[in-house]
Design a protein around this ligand. Sequence first.
Ligand SMILES: Nc1ncnc2c1ncn2[C@@H]1O[C@H](COP(=O)(O)OP(=O)(O)O)[C@@H](O)[C@H]1O
Ligand SMILES: [Mg+2]
Length: 252
Amino acid sequence: MKNNMADLEIKNLHVTVNGKEILRGVNLEVNKGEIIALMGPNGSGKSTLANVLMGNPDYEITQGKIIFKDKDITNMSPTERAKLGLFLSFQYPSEIPGVSVANFLRTALNSRRRDKISVLEFRDLLKEKMKLLNMKESFAGRYLNEGFSGGEKKKNEILQMAVLEPEISIIDENDSGLDVDALRIVSNGINLLKEKTGMGVLIITHYNRILKYIKPDKVVVLKEGAISNVGDHELATRIEEEGYEGNIMIGG
Ligand SMILES: Nc1ncnc2c1ncn2[C@@H]1O[C@H](COP(=O)(O)OP(=O)(O)O)[C@@H](O)[C@H]1O
Ligand SMILES: [Mg+2]
């Protein structure tokens, strides 16, 4: 137990999209070295929360705040958040013609470093990270997101995480149909980075499938824009068996 504030703290967050209140007072904490799974039925506001955490300006925060490492980041740009050590999935651009995965990652890393890394140094770093993640080297030469499957996009995200070594990562599985290979690379990557760098993770998912590979320290259920239940990984199992309906009460 630590008595200071959590590394990432979401406090009484209310969010409106197109005039409709989607998040209605969300409170959530994520610390370094811990994996929090945010689950919930379709339309409960999971991706809205991910968007707000990444600083998407389409989402209006009407109440509450987001604190990261004692700094109020509620109104910070995505770039500023990333520089502080927050990693947000789908912060990478959807497709940049002619930019390879390797070049994109080097640029992303250099934007966070005072001393720029050289092409050669980066090549070694990338090789090491890809080996760690069990990825084929040819992946680095692919053009960013060009013809990427959902699984390849996620792999790219994990590689980006390994290179940037963020303190806290927010990953929206986004109901993407990850194949088993991608699911393994993604979950092994998350487990490894947590172990090696003490990264904290908020993984957002509708299904408990990925939670068979990643053991969350805590499972939090979002329902109709508010946290309805908190439990351990057994809550995810229960949700799989019984659906969301029977698991909506806090405490129990
Ligand atoms: N950009 C948007 N414009 C309009 N409505 C949105 C937008 N984003 C989310 N919503 C609405 O907010 C609610 C929650 O959606 P979302 O956050 O995607 O849920 P989840 O990821 O849990 O399935 C839904 O009713 C959805 O229609
Ligand atoms: Mg979603």
